[in-house]
Design a protein around this ligand. Sequence first.
Ligand code: ADP
Ligand code: MG
Length: 585
Amino acid sequence: MAHAIAADRGSPIHKLDSALAAKIAAGEVVERPASVVKELLENAIDAGATRVRVELEGGGQALIRVQDDGCGIPAGEVDLAFQRHATSKLAVLDDLFHIRTLGFRGEALPSIAAVAKVELATRAAGASHGVVVHAQGTDVTPATPRGLPYGTTVTVRDLFAAVPARLKFLKSRAGEVAAVQGVVAHYAMAYPQLRLTLYSDGRPVFSSPGSGALSDVLGALYGAEVVGRMLELCAEHRETTVRGLTSPPDLTRPSRAYQSFFVNGRWVRNRMLTAALAEAYHTHLMVGRHPICVVYLALPPALVDVNVHPAKTEVKFLYDREVFVAVRNAASAAVLATMPEPGRKLAGLDPPADGSSATEQQALDLEAPAGLPGPGPRDGTAGPAARPRSGMMPLLRVLGQASNLYIIAEGPDGVYMVDQHAAHERVLFDELMAVAPQRPIEAQFLLEPVAIELSAAQFEALDECAAALEPLGFQVEPFGTAACLVRAVPAVLSAGNPTGALHELLESRVARGGDASPAGWRERSLTTIACRSAVKAGQPLSMEEMRQLIYRLETTARPRTCPHGRPTMILLTASQLEREFGRRG
Ligand code: ADP
Ligand code: MG
């Protein structure tokens, strides 16, 4: 048996030649244009740059250029920068436990050169002129002198041209540009004093003002309205300091993509941190909604391990629990400050969902049962951040839930029964349709890809429509002969039923034999996604969740029907009730 196995292995154990080994190592660091931009940006920041310009051509596959005004590299060291594990940032093992720079592994430049053509032009501070080198694979040309401004410009051409297997995994151009934009935006948040600009095919995509204020960066990213409502985070616990901004409980998003965490200046993803934030908002949020935040954590470098992952986006904390408490307490303090006084809360008056003050909300709740006709009082009292009501349904006061399915509410003209699933479906559908058609629906990447079984027809449909699923937030590829591997799902769906949605999307593709109109496909798909994401019949909801749902329903254009056209609510009018009770003839 042992023989058979050995024979199947193809070749005996041997050392990989250095070019191949470099490509494999590069795969860990360089996955797509966004990872190249991330590494080059980190180098610029480590070099003390105040301005960084990022340019892309062809989604970054044709060209990525990062230009900084940092300290530059002395002419004599330029070729060293391309050698693996060559770094100016770490000298002895002990340094690894006190890392203050973003880079330290000395892997980025050689990894990029392993999978692209790289030109590095640099002039060190104080040098009379600059130098240029070209690197490709493991070859580096000798440095040639050139007149250059201070700083460093790295140009990366033909990314993955020699690694077709990687090319296949790249998304559409727009998808890659969006990923780069995400990276640039996060570094802008992490370093508000940095002036960062991003161009794609010559067009400006993003620029951060570099004023030093986080609120200015957030204004450029999320708009002044959001920024105006954000709450300050400020807390210390043991050795962890927490600063930043977080949203009030009624300013939320359908996914965690608007939550950014930075540890000692490094953008990180960490489940414990998102859990700490979630705990602070617990019971204040509608199911499937998440606050917006930018959280800066500062703690002694010796208490953080950043050397967990080659891309350095994951960190481990020596004292997890302390960091958890620090973040939760900071967010709790911010959230509690927005709450009405305890007495009011007991009376069922929860924080306003529209930017009006608690007092205005109280007036509203007292007036609504009296049955004010015409436009609701919110229209008159709402602050600048109020969302417009559609006016297609009256203001409702939630009374309770029946059969874990219907929200019973009172309106000016009678008693309403609202189907919680249908209503949520309408809300989610409108929110998804509000995303511009050329922009992808927000995706949630899975920690590990999940395999899903498919029927033969579905499997065949997948082949034809995997690309059409991507703008919807799905990343799916065929797996074996009767299954697919799911790497990402639409963020709204992550708490719902992604498998059901995927089956249904493929089924609809099968039924129609492809799809002529992209707009029709998008709309039908978003209907499916909304349906599979919405709360189901049988789920108990809290009063606050019901109020939030009704409020969001009020802001939709067609609150009275679900996207399938079924009614979301029925009304028992006052006169109907009077008749039924024999109060009137
Ligand atoms: P690391 O950042 O982990 O040290 P890199 O491969 O990214 O490894 O870079 C290697 C070295 O090249 C860095 O340690 C630094 O000395 C130098 N370097 C790279 N990019 C720049 C830059 N933009 N400005 C100044 N020096 C740079
Ligand atoms: Mg680096």
